[in-house]
Design a protein around this ligand. Sequence first.
Ligand code: GCB
Length: 587
Amino acid sequence: NPKDIALFPQRNEVRELKKISGIWKFKKDAEDKGVEEQWFNGLKDFRSIAVPGSWNEQFTDMKNYRDWVWYETTSFIPERWKDEKVYIRIGEASYAAKVWINGKTVGEHAGGHVPFSFNISPMLNFGAENRITIQVENIFEFGRMPEGGFSSQAIADLDYFPYGGINRDVYLYTVPQKAHIKDITVVPSFKGTKGLMEVIVEQEGDVEQGSITVSGNGHEIDKNIQFVDGLAKISIKIPDVRLWSPEDPYLYNVKVVLGEKEEIDSYSLQTGVRTVSVNENQILLNDKPIFLKGFGKQEDFPLFGRGTNNPVIVTDMELMDWVGANSFRTAYYPFDEEYYNLADKKGFLVIAESPAVGLFGLNDTAQIKSIEGLCNQYMEEMILRDKNHPSIIMWGLANEPMENTRRKEGDTSKEEAYKMFADYMQRAKDLDPTRLVMYLGDSNGPSDWYDVADVICLNRYEGWYKTNGRINEGVQNISNELDQLHTKFKKPCILIEFGAAALPGAHAINPEMFTEDYQVELIRAYMQMAKHKDFISGVMLWNFADFKTTSSIIRMGGYNYKGVFTRDRRPKAAARYLKAEWKSDKE
Ligand code: GCB
């Protein structure tokens, strides 16, 4: 059931939680013979791998490996878990995975960057060690998301490294047998000093009664809830509401209990009260204009690849504070939940993105059909998982949807592509009417699709790929384009990706491309231009840090050097330039 990923597992009076990440057994299966040879009954001749962590970084012979592998670990399951429903939750496995417990099939999942969860009670031995086996592959092919199969040489058709493996933590957890809370959606709003939370609770089971307690800012509000067909809805008024904002990222605690006299299940989450909206020129948070100063980020670091590592999450937000940034994008996929938890607490504004990157597939009818379902699935999983984070103000639903320029007369795929795309954007808005939606429009993509977005988000590399070496001419081009787009669509714009590669330590008297000086000059020119347009609601640099990508003649050593920090998080000259700009804005 996909809904099993809605709530991050937690430990309390009635729920148990055990993290089983660590060093696991691991084996390559390039010929895909493991299932036939029943490797799920115990791996032989294995090596060891860290979970979470990408295999590409951990093994010298697996840098570009994308085929099948096997993971195995064991975990003791106590006798007392017999009376509970036991689940396994895998934070993400790129790209597809199959799971066995004690040699018995549990289930499978396709799609990286999002968690998946299975009820494993029927396969467990209680009061004993249990064997957990996960088969993973990261094959890149047509009809997957992100899409593959467009170029035969590169190992990926996108500009980040397609790391494989179990890249996030794995948990075992329990929920009560009788009934449990499956999903909680909190929709906040306010009027003057009165806050409102519309809360929807979904349970698995048929308990009729429950309660909700909202506490914070010196108030505790208790309400009983009544379930009809497993659902309960209630509006909770919050007096003297303390709104969530970057200046005051205040969080309320929302506790849901199932059961009247006896506590059958309970779940607590933290969320904030804030609203997001737009007018013709601005993005508004709590009805006041905000300006996004920030970065596109990747989950990328030496040694773990895309594997979750909490010190990196903490350090990156610390560095973003240090330069005076207030926002970041999870380019181009949903990040580990800890990013959003910390952003909620620290007051960062987040554009949370789906894995629909490089939609080259909008070219013809067959391609549209092949990806439509996946676009929707991953968008829905992302919203399901992340909807209660006040830090997320906007969903990023696609990166660079492309048009087929070789269409013949009578080909209706252009209209079909637009329809698919518009339906997809609308579906996200229907699922979550409280946030904005956007996609990144490439200069080669369709320019008339912005009518389906709340904000016009441009990625432009004038002064770099185009008008290279001629920064002022390039910036003038974008300035003209922005004016035209704003006149046509009357929506706020974000310069959501721009930048120049800078090799750390490279300098020149006359700024030359690839020097730190050129990177500063280019960023300065874009930011100055943005200052003179009142419909620009943000500047987001590409990228926060240098990151690993696939080899090519424009990616020296396999890295994209557009970071303002190096891959190991040392500041380039551009970081100091931004600090001077953004910190002085604040003062
Ligand atoms: C882009 C892409 C991004 C690349 C960037 C670049 O337009 O959206 O994925 O990393 O350009 O650096 O080339």
